[in-house]
Design a protein. Structure first.
Length: 147
């Protein structure tokens, strides 16, 4: 599957992004998989469930654009810590195409209780609509367990 990598330019941004088309069938499948009964997740202009944005990085982000590659973490010891979503207006809807940029956020270390040092990193993804307006920000916290 070919993925579009674009150069987005807005007043406060000039960086590479990738497209994340929001398909109504995927919104419905995701809502059903998460046991949502909210009727807003159905129909031609279905509203996305908030955690649907995770699908962008997992399914649409080109590997060469993934900040996870720059972590230097041992993937065999990688754990998912948390997700945070901030919507800067109404949630996206089916039929929209969002443009996503991801960057490395904070990084820190902490002594593990069972020995070894745990390393943490945040990955921040910004989702913009077709006009370049910031729609949502997703922050993912990953951790590498100690040796």
């Amino acid at each position: 599957m070919a993925r579009a990598v674009l150069r987005m330019q807005t007043a406060d941004m000039d960086e590479e992004s990738y497209e994340f088309p929001i398909d109504r069938s995927k919104v419905r499948e995701f809502a059903k998989a998460t046991k949502s009964r909210n009727p807003a997740h159905e129909g031609a202009d279905a509203v996305i469930p908030p955690t649907f944005l995770t699908h962008a990085r997992l399914a649409w982000e080109p590997l060469e654009m993934s900040p996870v590659l720059d972590l230097g973490f041992d993937l065999g010891r990688l754990l998912h810590g948390e997700e945070e979503y901030v919507f800067h207006g109404p949630p996206p809807r089916a039929g929209q195409t969002l443009h996503v940029t991801s960057r490395m956020g904070d990084r820190w270390e902490k002594q593990g209780k069972r020995g070894g040092v745990m390393r943490f990193a945040k990955i921040v993804s910004d989702f913009r609509d077709e006009s370049g307006e910031l729609v949502a920000t997703q922050t993912t916290t990953l951790l590498e367990t100690g040796n």
